[in-house]
Design a protein around this ligand. Sequence first.
Ligand SMILES: [Zn+2]
Ligand SMILES: [Zn+2]
Length: 273
Amino acid sequence: MNFSAVPDYHMHTPRCNHATGTMRDYVDVAIKRGLREIGISDHSPMPDNFDAEWRMQPDELEDYWQELDVAWHYGRERGLNVRRALEIDFRSDQPDYTQSLISRYPWDYIIGSIHYLGDWGFDNPDAQQEWEHWSLQDAWVAYFDAVAASAESGLFDIIAHPDLMKKYGYRQPDDARVKAAEIRMLTAVRDADCCLEISSAGLRKPAAEIYPRAAMIECAASMGISFAYGSDAHAPEDVAYAMQDCLTCLHRYGVHHVACFEQRQRTMMDFTR
Ligand SMILES: [Zn+2]
Ligand SMILES: [Zn+2]
């Protein structure tokens, strides 16, 4: 398998206040690990400055873009494509805000994420007590419905870590209502022609499992949904983390291609050649 040709499309910078290393550090590690392409996709601002301490500030977007430009040139001189991207938390009540972020720059791709149910940042380590107010079933249904809405918005190229809800071990229950919500979500991803992210970040969290779990990969693959790989690196040493495990998992379910993006145009790359 040709691992080095697979891009890592999900990584952060200190602008989000919970990542370390400069863009140049991420580029250097990617080159050292033999990658030919990466994408930097830091957390965008949110409407009304929501949860501002976990993301760049609205007035930082221009600096972020300029820094991406420098990283693009730095990578290019060293044989690495650096794609310029953004990870946006989708709020179904504020699609115009998301659209305005997307319209401002010629991004290579846009990652859509769900880290909140209402105001609850369910993947925030300091907000885990909120589980007292939710049944596992209701939380998972609400989560899949929110992910489905993000895909249906048509704003995103990649739907990130599509079972993030399990991060702290609150795994998807074996429940007909949850399964139905999962299928609705995958159908929305397919119909919107989005890619699903296969993310190694779950392996570094209490879930200790790739996002999404194998059963979802199998189901998505059978529906013909495309995948993109992301490490969700918040430190340079996590670039390309467990890429081999992720690709082996895709291969097991008959997936031989991953998505590549430039200027929001997708091409599919055969990683088995
Ligand atoms: Zn983050
Ligand atoms: Zn991320």
